[in-house]
Design a protein around this ligand. Structure first.
Ligand code: C2E
Ligand code: CA
Ligand code: CA
Ligand code: CA
Length: 277
């Protein structure tokens, strides 16, 4: 018995949970997935903080991998960007999103649909024509479409990208600056591009109610959005305390797991019914 007790004392600590290195997929496999329709759009609701009305959804792409299961964008978007696949990928995501938007409209659902646009998509003026064409073919008005561009990508030589974004804005597409607070070039870009929406990065939303530093950045971003007449969106709203802060501070829209995780298109109508109650 004593021996057993000693053994127990000497037992090596449990091995730490193995850290599974995230697999990054190769170009060929990603290219095939795009062609075969294995990339599926999920949609995360954006709701009004004041009225709780569902205003729209953000498109978040996932890969239904035949062997590995559900694969998240951090495992393939970067590779697609680095290997010239991002135009095909974005075209596919836009096509799916616009077709879905049309279906929701026909079912009487008034939703704006947001799509993430990579900076690499904004390298050629063709992109502007592509978006205009796809929306026209799907029968969607531009003001129902939000194009989200990540703030940290808004750097470097911006002439062509600024031109494309401005032209899309003139056509009445809505522009959103994503992950606000994580980039460096924000203020100059805000001057040059008329963004309609500012999304405060989730890193400054969750727990901002109890952390002074987060709160300062959250408040500043919100004030900037108000001053510049942009709609403010807080992302990464994970619990009741986060939500209460948005209410107290008058943030316009909220998105995050407290409201809903990203859903399959088919799940959206039923989710809205439950949310309304
Ligand atoms: P993002 O545009 O900032 O999207 C928000 C991310 O936060 C999503 O991750 C979403 O699932 C996650 N999220 C939502 N609610 C919560 C929450 O309450 N807490 C936390 N911790 N996270 C939450 P996801 O879907 O893995 O996407 C990651 C990024 O991949 C996106 O960040 C976006 O930059 C990029 N991405 C997604 N879909 C596309 C796409 O179709 N095209 C391009 N170019 N990029 C995409
Ligand atoms: Ca986004
Ligand atoms: Ca974001
Ligand atoms: Ca992000």
């Amino acid at each position: 018995e004593a021996l057993l007790a000693m053994l127990a004392l000497w037992a090596p600590p449990l091995p730490a949970k193995p850290i599974k290195a995230k697999k990054v997929y190769d170009v060929e496999e990603i290219g095939a997935a795009i062609k075969e329709g294995a990339l599926i759009n999920y949609y995360q609701p954006k709701v009004s903080v004041a009225s709780c009305a569902v205003i729209g959804v953000e498109t978040l792409v996932r890969w239904h991998h035949p062997v590995d299961g559900l694969i998240f964008p951090d495992q393939f978007i970067g590779v697609a960007e680095a290997n010239g696949l991002i135009n095909d990928l974005t075209r596919m995501v836009l096509t799916q999103a616009f077709a879905q938007e049309k279906k929701w409209q026909q079912a009487g659902l008034e939703l704006r649909v947001a799509v993430n646009v990579s900076m690499d998509n904004l390298a050629s003026l063709d992109f502007q024509d592509l978006v205009v064409d796809l929306a026209a073919k799907a029968g969607i008005s531009p003001h129902k479409v939000v194009l989200e561009v990540t703030e940290s990508q808004l750097m470097g030589d911006m002439r062509v990208s600024l031109e494309i974004l401005s032209r899309l804005r003139l056509k009445r597409f809505h522009l959103s600056i994503d992950d606000f607070g994580t980039g460096h070039s924000s203020l100059a870009q805000l001057r040059d591009i008329p963004f309609d929406e500012l999304k405060i990065d989730q890193g400054f939303v969750h727990h901002a109610w109890k952390n002074e530093t987060l709160r300062a950045i959250y408040d500043t971003s919100l004030a900037l959005a108000k001053q510049l007449n942009m709609e403010s969106v807080a992302e990464g709203v994970e619990d009741r305390d986060d939500w209460d802060l948005l209410r107290r501070t008058g943030c316009n829209l909220a998105q995050g797991n407290f409201i809903s995780k990203p859903l399959l298109a088919e799940e959206i109508p039923a989710w809205i019914e439950v949310w309304k109650q």
